[in-house]
Design a protein around this ligand. Structure first.
Ligand code: MRU
Length: 337
């Protein structure tokens, strides 16, 4: 399988000092790119999910630090990078890749005295390249878990659109599909923002992977009718293996446990957060009520309805059959350091 096997528009491009992002708010109807020329453009793109998915957010933030600064002298540049890093880090709290990538850029800023812009651009490119390589490694490691004609359930979007490469949860599926093993993917639509319906179904269909879209409340029925395994991504994994991922992941994990279906979490090592001892230490983002009361701009709930809208939930480690990482398959007990 090569990078061109997938027929999916590029998520992130860095071109002549400009950050160009596929606007994922507009998918699947419109394939439109937006150009971030200021750090506020980058902040808004992350905050409003024009770019989303843990690895992609990290890469976008690394390049995003640099927009508009190409002509700056080293010393004011360094100060501006530190200011911007703090700002971008506040765009979304749950995906650890955001802070992880910004920390790498800050370390370079503090260590390098001259030719700082060039050195920072190299670091952002390295973060991008490592993400591409991690996705491929996850794909090859995870492919060993998938037999011929497997029926696989996934939640949210942890595919190419969420990374710089083939994705995390979807990478093993792309690899086995390229090998002719004919996987069939059941895609949770993933309310409230429909990343499954809008993004996962879109990228699987464009890549020639057989898939069936279901609403989230159909997952139990589809499992009862026969699912071989579930694979999801992660936004942050605590030292003990508790997993923060898109709201509804916990439902999938509990259902898998009930039906005896393997539940795999695919993620690069950059998504592991040893500083969080357990999932209780992970900050969960809460988002605007409109995401629940409206669908595609249409109100579906009474005006003023009280809403609870956490963007992520935490799946306890005992429900995770194994992690598919870029370094290989990790089975319990989990101790990430
Ligand atoms: O709110 P989102 O769309 O950024 O949430 C994305 C997810 O939860 C993904 O599963 C996770 O970031 C892994 S992406 C490889």
């Amino acid at each position: 399988m090569t990078d061109d096997t997938l027929n999916i528009p590029r998520t992130i491009r860095w071109q002549n000092g400009e950050l160009i992002l596929l606007d994922q708010r507009r998918l699947p109807a419109d394939e439109i790119e937006i150009c971030c020329r200021t750090v506020d453009d980058v902040y808004d793109a992350i905050r409003t999910l024009a770019i989303r998915g843990a690895p992609a957010i990290g890469v976008a933030a690394a390049f995003g630090l640099l927009v508009g600064l190409r002509e700056w002298e080293d010393e004011p540049l360094g100060r501006e990078i530190l200011r911007r890093a703090a700002h971008l880090n506040s765009a979304r709290p749950t995906a650890v890749n955001l802070g992880w990538a910004l920390d790498r850029m800050v370390r370079v800023t503090r260590a390098v005295g001259t030719a700082l812009y060039t050195r920072l651009e190299q670091e952002a490119q390295a973060i991008f390249d490592e993400d591409v390589a991690s996705c491929a490694a996850i794909g090859h490691h995870g492919a060993g878990l998938i037999g011929e004609h497997c029926r696989i359930l996934t939640h949210c979007n942890a595919g190419a659109l969420a990374t710089s490469g083939w994705g995390t949860a979807l990478a093993p599926i792309y690899v086995v599909n390229a090998r002719g093993l004919s996987p069939h993917v059941f895609v949770d639509e993933t309310r409230p923002l429909l990343q499954g319906a809008r993004l996962t179904a879109y990228e699987l269909m464009r890549s020639g992977v057989a898939c069936t879209l279901i609403t989230d409340n159909m997952a139990a029925s589809v499992m009862a009718s026969g699912i071989d395994l579930a694979i999801v991504g992660a936004d942050r994994v605590a030292a003990n293996g508790d997993v923060a991922n898109k709201i509804g992941t916990l439902n999938v994990a509990i259902l898998c446990h009930h039906y005896g279906i393997p539940f795999y979490v695919a993620c690069p090592r950059s998504t592991l957060d040893p500083a969080a001892a357990t999932g209780a230490g992970i900050q969960i983002e809460h988002r605007h009520a409109d995401e629940v009361t409206m669908i595609a701009g249409q109100r579906v709930a009474p005006e003023g309805a009280e809403v609870w809208n956490p963007a992520f939930d935490v799946t306890p480690n005992e429900l995770v059959t194994a992690f598919i990482t870029d370094a290989g398959i990790v089975t319990p007990p989990y101790h990430f350091t």
